[in-house]
Design a protein around this ligand. Sequence first.
Ligand code: PMP
Ligand code: G9A
Length: 403
Amino acid sequence: MDINQFLADRSRLMRASEIRELLKWVTENVISFGGGMPDPSSFPAKEIIEITRDILTTKAEKALQYGTTGGILELKEELIKFMGKVGIKVDGPENIIITVGSQEALDMIGRLFINPGDCVITESPTYLAALQAFRIYGPRIVGIPMDEEGIRVDVLEDTVRKLINDGGKPKFIYVIPTGQNPTGITMNMERRKELLDIASRYDLLIIEDDPYGYIYFGDGEPPARLKAMDGEGRVIYLSTFSKIAAPGLRLGWVAASKEAIRWFELAKQSIDLHTSTLNQYIAAELLRKGIIEKNIPRIKEIYRTKRDLMLQALSEYMPEGVTWTKPSAGMFIWLTTPEKIDTTAMLEIAIKKYGVAYVPGKSFYPNEDRHNDMRLNFTYPTPEQIFEGIKRLAMAIKEVITQ
Ligand code: PMP
Ligand code: G9A
């Protein structure tokens, strides 16, 4: 029997994530700069053991029970305080929904806002699993180029104006302002203000995806969140426990206007009823006891050190003509090779002959046809693997350049 004959048109728009596909065929002998996995030494495992024991001893009847779709009050209240410390003012718990990672929020955004053919705007390149989530709903995705300071707001405004003139007002602008995935770039303050200003003038919605702001490891603090400067309630803010605690908890949250959150709740009711109650109680305790706050400086230090190591290895080993970003947040360096190299084609040589993996840049572009970039994760590999892996990658690049 051929299952394909029964599929909905929507299912044919689904594409496998290159990140998830890569995770499968990386073996022990391959050094992987592929998946964006946190350093496991950053997980507060011991604390989670104690907290879980406490919760199951004192409130098992609640923690193991079904919960409300929006999430448990204790966690939302802790999140209000947590976001408050970075200048995000949230009126009350009804402005927050707890999600199964930010990834679920990205899917819900597609469900709630995208009709087939609708235009949506993203940075170019952007997080490929956001593209994957949105694409199921059949949008026309328009990518806006970036430079070292973030999204090119001049190009953004021209594009928005043209789209509106052509009768295709964009539904939203999706951005990752701090430690962008995949480039590692942090949008500067002027660009943030200009972006909000454009959204206001043209009456657009902004989706701010902020998994990395809390572990910014540059000097001082990152520029203010868009949500912290949002006077008009047009920013839907997404964040996650994946990078400040552990991704296996599968916990994220959305902060937005009450009206927006109500729509998210309706969408979530039919997806999974609610996020794991037990995990929400664990996260609430991790926040309440200050464990996350105490852990954050340690995570920043681990990532700053690993980033420095990768930058050092890159400048030591990479041949002429290869360039890369120097991130102060996030988990990735974006590397650009000479035009001659197709990083998708090179991946097989890199893995099979040199034992090193990366994510080819192509699938992070919504519509540009670029073939000579790659994304390198520096948080998961050990310091030794970072040095050895970059050395191997440089050998692969040199081989392909001279072919
Ligand atoms: N958005 C961005 C920009 C990310 O980098 C990630 C994780 N790599 C996610 C969303 C999803 O994270 P999670 O579902 O684990 O919260
Ligand atoms: O798919 C995953 O495992 C999450 C990682 C995201 C990324 O590599 O950007």
